[in-house]
Ligand binder design. Structure first.
Ligand code: PEP
Ligand code: MG
Length: 323
């Protein structure tokens, strides 16, 4: 009986199709690194930092204020290592801290977190990172440590940028701690504000290796719909023509400039949206761990369809010419 079951298992285990568009995976908890790598994903399109920090239970500022910066760096490096090692040499894009004030408040030492009327429009992402350079420096130092150990598969990704100056400022801070953007690490941005999408050319000029579309936030900001408000959740749609128009344009502009494009919002785990993204020419799609296999199949089918369509068109044109 057991042998039979094993046999069945063997039959259903299939080799994943090869795709030109890379299929990556999102990771929020470093402990999930091995499971994520076992999906065969082509890398990590989003490594969220929030859990690493929040699970320490202590506000990162407290580490700094108490002169325990080294401890913070060690803890971060240990966590990031789990992921970059499980995926080596495949790329891992580490997103700098992006926790809203209401989440920080729950931590030891978080009593001083300011109250905001609109945390989602407030002090989070790169704007906060730049206001608290000591924490950002600790993150960069942790990454530098891993680079020195030979991990050349790390990318730094900035969340919620809305102006190219933020990219320039973040690069300056990286250099201050000896981490060289574009050399030690790839350096890129999340496109998740309408402003970043609308002036993507200016971000390209500021020097970026890649962009990742953060459609969860991009949708809420383009449509003015709070992603956590149930009263308006029925109106929330990543496929709204305004969102898709921005997405398509960003991919087009980046392709022209040889800047890599990816997506790490929930839309990257949604088959019929992924079909559109492949058609727009996106370089990679980063999905949730449980969706990687399905998304790989979706991408493979869509690529095949597009190639056959193009071939058919070519043959038709040839036919017309020879008439
Ligand atoms: C996004 O906004 O699409 C995204 C991936 O970031 P988060 O969901 O962590 O805000
Ligand atoms: Mg986001």
């Amino acid at each position: 009986e057991e042998a039979k079951e094993k046999e069945v298992e063997k039959v259903v285990t299939k080799t994943p199709p090869i795709t030109a568009t890379e299929v990556k995976v999102n990771i929020s908890i470093p402990e999930a690194a091995k499971k994520a790598a076992a999906t065969g994903a082509d890398g990590v399109g989003l490594l969220r930092t929030e859990h690493m920090i929040l699970s320490m239970g202590v506000h990162p500022k407290k580490f700094i204020m108490e002169g325990k910066e080294e401890e913070l760096i060690e803890e971060l490096a240990k966590n990031i290592l789990k992921v970059v090692d499980a995926f080596y040499p495949k790329p891992v894009w580490y997103r700098t801290l992006d926790a809203p004030t209401d989440e920080f408040r729950e931590l030891e030492g978080g009593e001083d977190e300011p109250f905001e009327h609109n945390p989602m429009l407030g002090w989070r992402g790169i704007r906060r990172d730049l206001d608290e350079p000591e924490i950002l420096k600790a993150e960069f130092k942790a990454i530098k440590k891993l680079c020195e150990q030979g991990y050349d598969n790390i990318g730094v990704m900035l969340p919620l940028v809305q102006h190219p100056d933020e990219v320039i400022a973040a690069k300056k801070i990286a250099r201050e701690v000896g981490l060289e953007p574009h050399k030690d690490v790839e350096f890129g941005i999340m496109v998740e504000t309408p402003s970043a999408a609308l002036i993507i050319d200016d971000f390209i000029k500021a020097g970026i290796d890649f962009v990742s579309l953060g459609t969860n936030d991009l949708t809420q900001y383009v449509l003015a719909i709070d992603r956590n408000n149930e009263l308006v959740s029925h109106l929330y749609s990543e496929e709204h023509p305004a969102v898709m128009k921005l997405v398509k344009n960003v991919i087009k502009k980046c392709k022209k400039a040889s800047v890599k494009t990816s997506i790490c919002g929930q839309a990257g785990s949604t088959p019929h949206i992924v079909e559109k993204l492949v058609e727009y020419g996106i370089d990679s799609v980063s999905a949730n761990i449980d969706s990687v296999e399905e998304i790989r199949d979706v991408v493979a089918r869509q690529e095949k369809k597009l190639v056959l369509k193009a071939a058919r068109k070519m043959l038709e044109n040839d036919g017309k010419r020879s008439q």
